[in-house]
Design a binder for this molecule. Structure first.
Ligand SMILES: [Zn+2]
Ligand SMILES: [Zn+2]
Length: 105
């Protein structure tokens, strides 16, 4: 599949790593209703998802590490969404694969 933000291509797993290392800013951290949330917006349909995250200590270095973990979770959700909702948009064959070529006798 193809990265929706650049030319990178690869399987979902390497793509997931690529997103986390090259596009970390795509996961937003927001405060809403007094709770911390992360937010990710689909680059293809502009649908956004957000999830409440558990607050952690105020140690900045710890928070940065924690954020990286959250990004992995957020990108995981985005990759599943892309595969499920936009297989053609990210250039996967997933849509074709579940075809009707049953070659069992
Ligand atoms: Zn990319
Ligand atoms: Zn979408």
């Amino acid at each position: 599949m193809r990265c929706p933000w650049c030319e990178f291509e690869g399987d979902p797993r390497p793509l997931h790593g690529h997103l986390a290392s090259d596009h970390p800013e795509r996961i937003g951290f927001v405060e809403r209703g007094g709770r911390s949330r992360y937010e990710v917006v689909c680059p293809i349909c502009s649908e956004s998802y957000d999830q409440v995250i558990k607050p952690r200590l105020d140690d900045p270095s710890f928070v940065e590490e924690y954020r990286q973990e959250i990004r992995l979770v957020g990108f995981d959700m985005l990759v599943s969404h892309l595969l499920g909702a936009h297989p053609e948009g990210v250039g996967t064959e997933a849509a074709d694969r579940q075809g009707d070529n049953e070659e069992h006798g």
